[in-house]
Ligand binder design. Structure first.
Ligand code: AP5
Length: 226
């Protein structure tokens, strides 16, 4: 995958990091620059909740208490999405995998789909920064663009710069849900750092500083010859 056109074919990139680390922000930017689809399991699950599907009904109480949705449901949802033709040449995964069974399931999907080994970008941010980013996050209800009232505010409070849409705060960004979400990350997802490191696939990125600085570091890590 490169900025011009995605010359490395069939490349999967995984963004791994705690809630609020900036995965969604960077995935939107890389997807735009590299012209590859961005699959966010959190976004997909929230859409199921809005559509009130069977999966949405199951996922809603789990997500609203900050726990992880069961592996088999998430794997099935991802498998279906990855079978779409626009995913054939490569994609960015944001928020997936989040457990060892999900990582092993993804390994099987990548092998079956003829993909090479993924590149795993590990977003590193201190916990106090994460709390501030999550507390300040606001999302446009029309286009999904993400702002931060402390660090990256819109020009007019609560209004999207791009389309004038109203900004909203995610339900699971409330103080009482952020704690369980961070616990779930450190207990169930952080072990994947060692899993991917031991396979030689991990690239550590200090996801702090200006968004553009982080984008540059992520791009360099994704494009590093290996
Ligand atoms: P999901 O939607 O995936 O949430 P998350 O992983 O908790 O990550 P976030 O979206 O909170 O953070 P982010 O890293 O994308 O940060 P962002 O770029 O927005 O999952 C939600 C829930 O769905 C889970 O809790 C679980 O229940 C369920 N789920 C999802 N996937 C699942 C799976 N695979 N298995 C089981 N369950 C699953 O940035 C955050 C803020 O920081 C923004 O305000 C942004 O503007 C700001 N910011 C970004 N970069 C910077 C920077 N460099 N400097 C300053 N501020 C910045």
């Amino acid at each position: 995958m490169d900025e011009a056109q995605g010359s490395r074919r069939r490349q999967a990139v995984i963004f791994l990091g705690p809630p609020g680390a900036g995965k969604g922000t960077q995935a939107a930017e890389l997807s735009r620059r590299c012209g590859v689809p961005h699959l966010s399991t959190g976004e997909m699950l929230r859409e199921h909740i809005v559509q009130n599907t069977e999966l949405g009904k199951l996922a809603k109480p789990i997500m609203h208490r900050g726990d992880l949705v069961p592996d088999e449901l998430v794997l099935k949802m991802v498998e279906k999405q990855l079978s779409r033709p626009d995913y054939e040449r490569g994609f960015l995964l944001d928020g997936f995998p989040r457990t060892l069974p999900q990582a092993e399931g993804l390994d099987r999907l990548l092998e079956t789909g003829g993909f090479g080994k993924p590149v795993v970008i590990h977003f590193m941010v201190q916990p106090n920064q994460l709390l501030r980013r999550l507390a300040g996050r606001r999302t446009c209800t029309v286009c999904g663009r993400t702002y931060n009232v402390f660090e990256r505010p819109p020009q007019v409070p609560n209004v999207c710069d791009d389309d004038g849409g109203a900004l909203m705060q995610r339900k699971d960004d409330s103080e009482e849900i952020v704690g369980p979400r961070l616990d779930a990350f450190y207990k169930q997802t952080e072990p994947l750092v060692e899993y991917y490191r031991s396979h030689g696939l991990l690239e550590d990125v200090a996801a702090i500083g200006e968004v553009e600085t982080v984008t540059k570091a992520v791009m360099e890590a994704v494009c590093r010859p290996r």
